[in-house]
Design a protein around this ligand. Structure first.
Ligand code: HEM
Length: 84
């Protein structure tokens, strides 16, 4: 990120994130380590469900249950930051 520019990402609350669970709205967003990713295009997150996990929330602590690392986020658009 260029330091001389204002942050380009918006910040969202947990309540705003919760609406993007693939059920209440069509968007499927997930938060990981403070960053919100748009996984709407993923067939593996269809309707907001990924194995036993639901979108629309901070899934940082749940990644340890996954058979993969956080490299899976690499190809997805960053929506913004989750309010700390
Ligand atoms: C029981 C737990 C889980 C299982 C069995 C599981 C399984 C998988 C599998 C098989 C894939 C596709 C192959 C790969 O990239 O390795 C995948 C992709 C992915 N997983 Fe998980 N996962 C789990 C939990 C999680 C959690 C907790 C997160 C978020 C923190 C997550 C985020 C993702 C993402 C973003 C992708 C990429 C989807 C795509 O490329 O379309 N997974 N997962």
């Amino acid at each position: 990120m260029e330091k001389d520019k204002a942050p380009s990402h918006a910040t969202y609350t947990r309540a705003q994130l919760a609406l993007r669970n693939g059920q209440d709205k069509p968007e499927v967003w997930i938060a990981y380590k403070g960053t919100i990713y748009n996984v709407s295009s993923s067939r593996l997150w269809k309707s907001g469900k990924h194995y036993e996990h639901w979108a629309g929330q901070d899934l940082t602590d749940e990644l340890e249950d996954a058979p993969h690392t956080d490299t899976v986020f690499g190809k997805f658009e960053i929506i913004g930051k989750l309010v700390p």
